[in-house]
Design a protein around this ligand. Structure first.
Ligand SMILES: Cc1ncc(COP(=O)(O)O)c(C=O)c1O
Length: 369
């Protein structure tokens, strides 16, 4: 599952130092190829929040120049690569009115809403905005539930669309996010079927929708293996063909594009035996790239170049804070100071939430082919 082997990791450590994020251009390109092979009817908009690293954005722009953004800074970042505002969608359901104005000035017209208070913010721009109504589909089979904070219940979607029309606003479609690292494709199938029902009910009221946005959530491989990509997308594609044969369909993948395309190389910078347990201190931790453990609820595999018998150990980050423990109960061969560890699947929701706490800089990034 790693994009590089231990020997290559060792060479890169010697050349660039650590912590080091190694990005595979080919893996990112392959991910877009998979999206176009398995969901050919869907136009992906990469969710910048998953990994806004400019070197990665540059690769993505060459594969697929459409982006899902959620802030002014993300608009600026992507426009800096020559992408036009018309190729962005603003998917944050809650915005300041001045942020809507800024996005419009930058040529972004597509916005998301999920309540009537948000609708009022668009009234001054009614001739320019195109709105997607976000519907919630709570999902126990995902790691990050994105229908908890946002989305209107399907049964209230009709009233909300009617309210928008009363205000002179143009609702162009529906969107949803079934949750990040969503392991069960049938949750999309259910959501797609329910959206068809809402499309039909709105058509009866004279509101003809043109777009369905199936969000992100497509899973990446971490510690546990997941359903093969092709099998994951097949029922989703079938449901789209069945329920939405003639509608523009878009998606907002983040994790699926970048998670498995990035490996992190760490160095063991200290060790100690405390109460008969080995502690290994490494040069990246919860305040850095492993912030994804806290915010993204994610566990990452740790690979060692050593072959010996595995023993229970604790792997801790480099800051002075006791909270900065990556794994309280890891299982690794006996390590030495100077050893490296390789962490696959570090591309999504890792570096973007890293801090400079204790004056420690976030991991550097290099691109390999
Ligand atoms: C609105 C929206 N779209 C897309 C994404 C990307 O989701 P994922 O990385 O699970 O594909 C997120 C993640 O938080 C999101 O909030």
């Amino acid at each position: 599952m790693a994009i590089i082997g231990m020997k290559e990791a060792r060479k890169l450590q010697e050349t660039y130092g650590t912590p080091l994020m190694v990005v595979s251009r080919r893996e990112i390109e392959d991910r877009f190829q998979m999206l176009s092979d398995y969901l050919p009817q869907v136009q992906p908009y990469y969710a910048v929040k998953a990994n806004p690293n400019p070197d990665i954005i540059k690769i993505i722009k060459n594969c697929n120049p459409y982006f899902d953004i959620c802030s002014n800074a993300e608009i600026d970042l992507i426009k800096g690569f020559g992408v036009e505002g018309k190729d962005l969608i603003h998917t944050h359901p809650i915005k300041k009115e001045q942020d809507i104005r800024y996005a419009l000035e930058q040529g972004v017209n597509w916005f998301v809403f999920d309540n009537e208070y948000e609708l009022n913010k668009f009234v001054n721009y009614k001739d320019q905005v195109k709105l997607l109504l976000r519907v919630s589909f709570p999902n126990p089979d995902c790691v990050v539930n994105l229908s908890f904070k946002f989305g209107v219940d399907p049964e209230h979607a009709i009233d909300l669309a009617l309210k928008a029309r009363e205000l002179g606003l143009s609702v162009k479609g529906l969107c949803f996010h079934v949750g990040s690292q969503s392991l069960n494709p049938y949750k999309y199938v259910d959501a797609i079927a329910e959206c068809r029902r809402i499309f039909n009910l709105l058509a009866l009221k004279g509101i003809i929708l043109e777009v369905l946005d199936i969000g992100g959530g497509f899973p990446a491989e971490y510690v546990e293996s997941i359903i093969p990509v092709r099998n994951f997308f097949m029922p989703i594609s079938d449901a789209l063909n069945r329920f939405f044969p003639n509608i523009r369909i878009i998606s907002e993948p983040g994790r699926f594009v970048v998670a498995n395309a990035v490996n992190l190389i760490l160095t063991v910078i200290g060790k100690s035996n405390r109460a008969n347990v080995w502690w290994y201190y490494v040069d990246d931790g919860l305040y850095g790239s492993f912030s994804g453990k806290v915010f993204d609820h994610c566990d990452y595999p740790l690979l060692s170049e050593r072959q010996g018998v595995r023993e229970q150990c604790i792997v801790a980050g480099p800051t002075c804070d006791s909270f900065d423990i990556i794994y309280q109960n890891s299982s690794l061969p006996r390590l030495d100071i100077g050893d490296i560890l390789l962490v696959p699947a570090m591309g999504a929701y890792t570096g973007c939430s890293a801090t400079n706490f204790n004056g420690l800089a976030p991991a550097k990034t290099i691109i390999i082919d």
